[in-house]
Design a protein. Structure first.
Length: 119
């Protein structure tokens, strides 16, 4: 993330680059990601991939469908990051997206219970 300092005329007088690492807090990373800092979003993905996978597995998704739901969750999070207001934690917001993704897969009528037989 770059911090730019301007004088009264709008001329840039200083510019500092902030590097993000895995120790950065979620609110800082979320703000940076909103400002198109992809490294910040990558850290959030790495931080929450496992948790989101476990959340969608509770819906008894197949391995492949669970992986698809995780991918869709992060895709939607990136697309709608501008809507994240910080009223809840980033993990809560992301988990809600994951739950919605899993429910949408169920509504589409995919085969989530391979051991079940029809008839």
């Amino acid at each position: 993330m770059a911090i730019v300092v301007e004088d009264r005329t709008g001329k840039t007088v200083a510019k500092t680059i902030i590097a993000f690492d895995s120790k950065a807090e979620d609110p800082v990373l979320a703000v940076a990601a909103k400002n198109h800092e992809m490294r910040a979003f990558e850290i959030l993905v790495d931080r929450y991939r496992g948790r989101i996978f476990r959340v969608v597995q509770h819906f008894r998704l197949t391995q492949e469908d669970a992986e698809d739901a995780v991918q869709q969750t992060f895709h939607k999070a990136l697309l709608h990051l501008h809507k994240f207001e910080g009223k809840s934690s980033f993990s809560t917001w992301l988990t809600r997206i994951a739950i919605n993704e899993a429910l949408m897969m169920l509504r589409r009528g995919r085969d989530f219970w391979p051991e079940a037989t029809s008839g």
